[in-house]
Structure formats: C-alpha cells, structure tokens
Design a protein around this ligand. Sequence first.
Ligand SMILES: N[C@@H](CCC(=O)N[C@@H](CS)C(=O)NCC(=O)O)C(=O)O
Length: 209
Amino acid sequence: MKLIGSETSPFVRKIAVMLLEKGREFEFVNDPPFEPGSRVVEYNPLGKVPVLIADDGEVFYDSRVIAEYLELQALAPAFLPADRQAALRIRQVEALADGVTEAAATLFRESKRLPEKQDEAWILRQRQKVLHGLDALEKLAQQRALLNAEQLTLADIATGCALGYLNFRRIVPNWCVDRPALIKLAERLFARESFARTMPPHSADTIKN
Ligand SMILES: N[C@@H](CCC(=O)N[C@@H](CS)C(=O)NCC(=O)O)C(=O)O
C-alpha cells in the first residue's frame, strides 16, 4: 500500500494516523502537490493529496473515500461503528472537522498572497467557518457521545488533524480560548504515537499544505 502526499497536509495526516493505528504497513511517497514536477495529477485528476494506491494497484483519493476503503478492509481497530446510522453520525462530525481544516488551509494560502491581493471579505468568511466549526466541535466534545478520543473514531482523528493544523500554521492561534473540551481532546490525541509520528515538520513555511 502506498500513501502519496506531503508531510504538512492535514488530510494526508488523517490517513497516516489511521494506517498507523491499524498497524498497517505502508510506503509514504512524499509528493507535495504544489511543487513543480509533482506527479499527483497522474493519480488524482484534481491534483490533490492524499492518494492511496492499494496493493492490487487500485487508486483512491479524497481522504474520506480512502478512510471508507480502509474501513472496508476490516483491519482492527474499526474507526466507524458497525451500525450504519451510528456510522453516519460519526462521518458527519468528520465532515465538520474536515471543513474546519479546509477553511484553515484556505486562510493560510490567502495569507501567503501579497497583502494588496488579499481579499478581506473572503478571509472573514473562511475565519467564520473555522470559528463556527470549532464551536460546534467544542459542543460535541463536551457532550462526549460522538467525540471523546476514548474509543477512537474517524470523528476524533479528523478533529485531531484539524486542531493540529491550526497549531502548525498558527491560524486562529487563540482557538483554544473558551474551548476546554477541545483542548482536552487534543491533549489525549496528541499523546498517541500515531499523532506524534505524523507531526508536521516544524520548519515548514511553504505553501505545500
Ligand atoms: N477533500 C480532500 C481535500 C484534500 C486537499 O485539499 N489536499 C490539499 C493538501 S492539504 C491539496 O492537495 N491541495 C492541492 C491543490 O488544491 O491543488 C480530502 O479530504 O482529501
């Protein structure tokens, strides 16, 4: 199994965490999609990572599709409940966390444009998505039913990757103010070996995402 991606991508991290937690060996192919000469588009017409190449050569892209594929492999532990309705609720939280990550990545890219080219209204819109998304995640973490980092699910993993990305890019650096349940969740997740091993490199200040 090959995972194509970059070391700084939170969506790639999501899949790497899953694979490490499941103890599934994989080869990591570092191919940041924004670098000239990237071959990502040969596997994913959208030119985005993560891309997963399965042992039989089948190619999967978009982290949510890859996550579904990995769950279908029945490798323990499962990150979705067997009950499909319950699984749908976990996937809804995953989508919420991924949405926070996407808006944060957009904010980061916008911050790298020349100041006169930055669009204030667009920045505000993305910032609202991050803040409203975090508020919703905080509520869920307080309720603990769908988000608790105890019996790990895709909701926990995606949320951990979103918070890790906010820390890494210092996007909305005060995200933890008034969000105690998310802080606790992050502490629990970041203490796991899978998250420790997939920490983005400290020096990265490029647009590799
Ligand atoms: N919805 C996609 C998002 C993937 C994504 O946005 N990946 C970024 C890196 S974090 C990327 O490859 N960007 C390259 C581009 O937009 O051209 C997923 O979950 O896999």
